[in-house]
Ligand binder design. Structure first.
Ligand code: GUN
Length: 278
Protein backbone atom coordinates (compact mmCIF):
# COMPACT_ATOMS: atom_id res chain seq x y z
CA UNK A 1 0.00 0.00 0.00
CA UNK A 2 1.40 3.39 -0.97
CA UNK A 3 2.13 6.05 1.63
CA UNK A 4 -0.18 8.98 0.90
CA UNK A 5 1.73 12.23 1.35
CA UNK A 6 -0.69 14.55 3.15
CA UNK A 7 -0.01 18.04 1.81
CA UNK A 8 -2.91 19.53 3.70
CA UNK A 9 -1.52 18.34 7.04
CA UNK A 10 2.06 19.35 6.25
CA UNK A 11 0.98 22.77 4.96
CA UNK A 12 -1.01 23.32 8.16
CA UNK A 13 2.07 22.47 10.23
CA UNK A 14 4.11 25.02 8.25
CA UNK A 15 1.42 27.67 8.61
CA UNK A 16 1.28 27.06 12.38
CA UNK A 17 5.07 27.41 12.63
CA UNK A 18 4.89 30.66 10.66
CA UNK A 19 2.08 31.94 12.87
CA UNK A 20 4.38 31.55 15.89
CA UNK A 21 7.15 33.45 14.08
CA UNK A 22 4.76 36.27 13.21
CA UNK A 23 3.63 36.50 16.85
CA UNK A 24 7.30 36.89 17.83
CA UNK A 25 7.73 39.57 15.13
CA UNK A 26 4.76 41.48 16.50
CA UNK A 27 6.13 41.30 20.03
CA UNK A 28 9.15 43.12 18.64
CA UNK A 29 6.87 45.74 17.07
CA UNK A 30 7.29 44.40 13.52
CA UNK A 31 4.46 43.88 11.02
CA UNK A 32 4.53 41.90 7.78
CA UNK A 33 2.53 43.09 4.78
CA UNK A 34 1.90 41.40 1.44
CA UNK A 35 0.51 43.47 -1.45
CA UNK A 36 -1.73 41.30 -3.65
CA UNK A 37 -2.50 42.69 -7.11
CA UNK A 38 -5.18 41.22 -9.38
CA UNK A 39 -6.06 42.67 -12.78
CA UNK A 40 -9.52 41.72 -14.06
CA UNK A 41 -11.74 39.14 -12.42
CA UNK A 42 -10.81 35.75 -13.84
CA UNK A 43 -12.76 33.35 -11.56
CA UNK A 44 -9.85 30.92 -11.00
CA UNK A 45 -7.52 33.81 -10.13
CA UNK A 46 -10.11 35.20 -7.71
CA UNK A 47 -10.20 31.83 -5.90
CA UNK A 48 -6.38 31.67 -5.67
CA UNK A 49 -6.12 35.28 -4.50
CA UNK A 50 -8.88 34.70 -1.94
CA UNK A 51 -7.02 31.65 -0.56
CA UNK A 52 -3.78 33.64 -0.31
CA UNK A 53 -5.49 36.43 1.60
CA UNK A 54 -7.12 33.88 3.94
CA UNK A 55 -3.74 32.30 4.65
CA UNK A 56 -2.29 35.75 5.41
CA UNK A 57 -5.10 36.39 7.86
CA UNK A 58 -4.57 33.01 9.58
CA UNK A 59 -0.85 33.61 10.02
CA UNK A 60 -1.15 37.27 11.03
CA UNK A 61 0.30 38.79 7.86
CA UNK A 62 -1.42 41.97 6.65
CA UNK A 63 -2.65 41.76 3.07
CA UNK A 64 -3.18 44.87 0.97
CA UNK A 65 -5.54 44.17 -1.87
CA UNK A 66 -5.35 45.90 -5.26
CA UNK A 67 -8.22 44.79 -7.49
CA UNK A 68 -7.77 46.58 -10.79
CA UNK A 69 -10.15 46.61 -13.77
CA UNK A 70 -9.21 44.43 -16.76
CA UNK A 71 -8.71 47.59 -18.86
CA UNK A 72 -5.78 48.66 -16.66
CA UNK A 73 -2.84 49.60 -18.92
CA UNK A 74 0.64 48.14 -18.69
CA UNK A 75 1.99 51.57 -17.69
CA UNK A 76 -0.57 51.90 -14.91
CA UNK A 77 0.36 48.48 -13.55
CA UNK A 78 4.10 49.24 -13.81
CA UNK A 79 3.52 52.47 -11.87
CA UNK A 80 1.61 50.64 -9.13
CA UNK A 81 4.38 48.02 -8.79
CA UNK A 82 7.03 50.79 -8.65
CA UNK A 83 5.04 52.54 -5.93
CA UNK A 84 4.79 49.27 -3.95
CA UNK A 85 8.55 48.73 -4.40
CA UNK A 86 9.13 52.11 -2.72
CA UNK A 87 6.71 51.64 0.17
CA UNK A 88 8.46 50.77 3.45
CA UNK A 89 5.26 49.27 4.84
CA UNK A 90 5.10 46.63 2.04
CA UNK A 91 7.37 43.59 2.41
CA UNK A 92 6.15 41.36 -0.41
CA UNK A 93 4.48 41.98 -3.78
CA UNK A 94 2.39 39.39 -5.60
CA UNK A 95 0.89 40.13 -9.02
CA UNK A 96 -1.53 37.30 -9.79
CA UNK A 97 -1.01 35.66 -13.18
CA UNK A 98 -2.24 35.34 -15.86
CA UNK A 99 -2.52 39.03 -16.71
CA UNK A 100 -4.80 40.31 -19.51
CA UNK A 101 -3.22 39.81 -22.94
CA UNK A 102 -2.41 43.50 -23.49
CA UNK A 103 -0.02 43.45 -20.51
CA UNK A 104 3.44 41.90 -20.90
CA UNK A 105 3.88 39.59 -17.90
CA UNK A 106 7.67 39.50 -18.23
CA UNK A 107 7.89 43.28 -17.97
CA UNK A 108 5.68 43.32 -14.87
CA UNK A 109 7.64 40.51 -13.18
CA UNK A 110 10.90 42.33 -13.92
CA UNK A 111 9.51 45.52 -12.38
CA UNK A 112 8.96 43.86 -8.99
CA UNK A 113 11.95 44.51 -6.72
CA UNK A 114 13.81 41.18 -6.16
CA UNK A 115 13.75 41.98 -2.39
CA UNK A 116 9.94 41.85 -2.51
CA UNK A 117 9.56 39.06 -5.11
CA UNK A 118 7.78 36.54 -2.87
CA UNK A 119 6.68 34.51 -5.94
CA UNK A 120 10.34 33.99 -6.89
CA UNK A 121 9.56 34.73 -10.55
CA UNK A 122 12.03 37.64 -11.11
CA UNK A 123 15.00 36.72 -13.37
CA UNK A 124 17.32 37.77 -10.51
CA UNK A 125 15.58 35.27 -8.18
CA UNK A 126 15.72 32.50 -10.79
CA UNK A 127 19.38 33.28 -11.57
CA UNK A 128 20.29 33.26 -7.87
CA UNK A 129 18.67 29.84 -7.47
CA UNK A 130 20.54 28.49 -10.49
CA UNK A 131 23.95 29.39 -9.02
CA UNK A 132 23.12 28.55 -5.41
CA UNK A 133 22.82 32.12 -4.15
CA UNK A 134 20.22 33.36 -1.69
CA UNK A 135 16.93 34.60 -3.09
CA UNK A 136 13.22 33.86 -3.22
CA UNK A 137 12.30 30.49 -4.70
CA UNK A 138 9.13 29.74 -6.64
CA UNK A 139 6.55 28.40 -4.17
CA UNK A 140 5.31 25.20 -5.85
CA UNK A 141 8.74 23.57 -6.32
CA UNK A 142 9.93 24.65 -2.87
CA UNK A 143 6.69 23.14 -1.54
CA UNK A 144 7.58 19.83 -3.22
CA UNK A 145 10.99 19.79 -1.49
CA UNK A 146 9.32 20.52 1.85
CA UNK A 147 6.80 17.70 1.28
CA UNK A 148 9.63 15.24 0.62
CA UNK A 149 11.73 16.39 3.58
CA UNK A 150 8.86 16.37 6.03
CA UNK A 151 7.88 12.87 4.84
CA UNK A 152 11.47 11.72 5.55
CA UNK A 153 12.07 10.92 1.90
CA UNK A 154 15.76 11.13 1.07
CA UNK A 155 16.65 13.04 -2.12
CA UNK A 156 20.44 12.70 -2.02
CA UNK A 157 21.72 10.19 -4.55
CA UNK A 158 18.25 9.47 -5.95
CA UNK A 159 17.26 9.47 -9.61
CA UNK A 160 14.86 12.42 -9.82
CA UNK A 161 12.90 12.82 -13.04
CA UNK A 162 10.76 15.90 -13.71
CA UNK A 163 8.13 15.84 -16.43
CA UNK A 164 7.59 19.46 -17.55
CA UNK A 165 10.01 22.35 -18.09
CA UNK A 166 8.04 25.48 -17.13
CA UNK A 167 9.80 28.48 -15.61
CA UNK A 168 7.53 28.31 -12.56
CA UNK A 169 7.77 24.58 -11.76
CA UNK A 170 9.97 22.32 -13.93
CA UNK A 171 13.15 24.41 -14.14
CA UNK A 172 13.28 25.63 -10.51
CA UNK A 173 12.33 22.08 -9.41
CA UNK A 174 15.45 20.79 -11.16
CA UNK A 175 17.71 23.32 -9.40
CA UNK A 176 16.17 22.52 -6.00
CA UNK A 177 16.54 18.75 -6.42
CA UNK A 178 20.15 19.30 -7.55
CA UNK A 179 20.76 21.44 -4.47
CA UNK A 180 19.61 18.43 -2.41
CA UNK A 181 22.13 16.23 -4.27
CA UNK A 182 19.60 14.39 -6.40
CA UNK A 183 20.54 13.19 -9.91
CA UNK A 184 18.17 15.20 -12.06
CA UNK A 185 16.60 14.69 -15.49
CA UNK A 186 14.01 17.01 -17.03
CA UNK A 187 11.75 15.61 -19.74
CA UNK A 188 9.10 17.36 -21.79
CA UNK A 189 6.71 17.02 -24.71
CA UNK A 190 9.56 16.47 -27.21
CA UNK A 191 11.34 13.76 -25.18
CA UNK A 192 11.64 10.55 -27.16
CA UNK A 193 10.82 7.35 -25.25
CA UNK A 194 9.33 9.30 -22.35
CA UNK A 195 8.30 6.10 -20.57
CA UNK A 196 11.88 4.83 -20.59
CA UNK A 197 13.10 8.03 -18.95
CA UNK A 198 10.35 8.32 -16.36
CA UNK A 199 10.81 4.65 -15.43
CA UNK A 200 14.32 5.47 -14.24
CA UNK A 201 12.91 7.70 -11.52
CA UNK A 202 13.14 6.97 -7.81
CA UNK A 203 11.35 10.31 -7.40
CA UNK A 204 9.05 11.36 -10.26
CA UNK A 205 7.72 14.94 -10.26
CA UNK A 206 4.94 15.43 -12.79
CA UNK A 207 4.04 18.94 -14.00
CA UNK A 208 2.99 18.33 -17.56
CA UNK A 209 -0.46 19.93 -17.52
CA UNK A 210 -2.37 16.93 -18.95
CA UNK A 211 -5.04 15.22 -16.85
CA UNK A 212 -4.26 11.61 -15.76
CA UNK A 213 -1.44 11.44 -18.33
CA UNK A 214 0.95 9.37 -16.21
CA UNK A 215 -0.16 5.76 -15.79
CA UNK A 216 1.73 2.89 -14.17
CA UNK A 217 3.53 2.11 -17.46
CA UNK A 218 5.54 5.30 -16.86
CA UNK A 219 6.60 4.43 -13.32
CA UNK A 220 9.12 2.06 -11.79
CA UNK A 221 7.56 -0.13 -9.11
CA UNK A 222 8.05 1.42 -5.67
CA UNK A 223 8.86 4.92 -6.96
CA UNK A 224 7.76 8.11 -5.18
CA UNK A 225 5.36 10.20 -7.26
CA UNK A 226 4.70 13.92 -6.81
CA UNK A 227 1.76 15.22 -8.85
CA UNK A 228 1.78 18.97 -9.47
CA UNK A 229 -1.18 19.01 -11.90
CA UNK A 230 -4.73 20.06 -11.10
CA UNK A 231 -7.65 19.60 -13.50
CA UNK A 232 -11.31 18.66 -13.62
CA UNK A 233 -11.95 15.19 -15.05
CA UNK A 234 -14.90 14.02 -17.18
CA UNK A 235 -17.05 13.79 -14.02
CA UNK A 236 -16.03 17.30 -12.90
CA UNK A 237 -13.90 15.79 -10.12
CA UNK A 238 -10.49 17.26 -9.35
CA UNK A 239 -7.60 15.17 -10.69
CA UNK A 240 -3.89 15.54 -11.32
CA UNK A 241 -1.45 14.81 -14.15
CA UNK A 242 -1.12 11.29 -12.71
CA UNK A 243 -3.83 8.63 -13.03
CA UNK A 244 -3.98 8.13 -9.26
CA UNK A 245 -6.18 5.01 -9.18
CA UNK A 246 -4.06 3.31 -11.82
CA UNK A 247 -0.72 3.92 -10.05
CA UNK A 248 -1.53 3.95 -6.32
CA UNK A 249 -0.83 0.22 -5.75
CA UNK A 250 2.33 0.36 -7.85
CA UNK A 251 4.20 3.20 -6.05
CA UNK A 252 5.67 3.50 -2.54
CA UNK A 253 4.43 7.07 -1.93
CA UNK A 254 2.23 9.55 -3.77
CA UNK A 255 0.66 13.00 -3.38
CA UNK A 256 -3.11 13.05 -3.88
CA UNK A 257 -5.01 15.70 -5.86
CA UNK A 258 -6.50 17.62 -4.15
CA UNK A 259 -4.60 17.73 -0.85
CA UNK A 260 -1.04 17.13 -2.07
CA UNK A 261 1.12 19.81 -3.66
CA UNK A 262 -1.65 22.45 -3.94
CA UNK A 263 -1.84 23.52 -0.28
CA UNK A 264 1.97 23.63 -0.10
CA UNK A 265 2.21 26.44 -2.67
CA UNK A 266 0.37 28.85 -0.39
CA UNK A 267 2.28 27.68 2.71
CA UNK A 268 5.58 28.41 0.92
CA UNK A 269 4.28 31.79 -0.24
CA UNK A 270 3.55 32.60 3.40
CA UNK A 271 7.07 31.43 4.28
CA UNK A 272 8.51 33.77 1.64
CA UNK A 273 6.47 36.65 3.10
CA UNK A 274 7.95 36.00 6.55
CA UNK A 275 11.45 35.82 5.02
CA UNK A 276 10.78 39.12 3.15
CA UNK A 277 10.35 40.88 6.49
CA UNK A 278 13.39 39.31 8.13
N1 GUN B 1 -1.14 32.08 -11.02
C1 GUN B 1 -1.18 30.74 -10.79
N2 GUN B 1 -0.27 30.41 -9.83
C2 GUN B 1 0.35 31.55 -9.47
C3 GUN B 1 1.36 31.86 -8.52
O1 GUN B 1 1.90 31.00 -7.81
N3 GUN B 1 1.69 33.18 -8.43
C4 GUN B 1 1.14 34.14 -9.20
N4 GUN B 1 1.56 35.41 -9.04
N5 GUN B 1 0.19 33.89 -10.09
C5 GUN B 1 -0.20 32.60 -10.22
Amino acid sequence: MAYIIDGKKISNEIKDELKEKVIAFKENGKEITLAVVQVGNDPASSVYVGNKKKACEYIGINSLSFELPKETTEVELINLVKELNQRNDVNGILVQLPLPKHINEDIIIQTISPEKDVDGFHPMSVGALSIGHKGFVSCTPSGVIELLKRSNIQIEGKECVIVGRSNIVGKPMAFLLLRENGTVTICHSKTTNLKEVTKRADILVVAIGKPKFITKEYIKEGAIVIDVGIHRDENNKLCGDVDYNDVVDHVSAITPVPGGVGPMTIAMLMNNCVVSAT
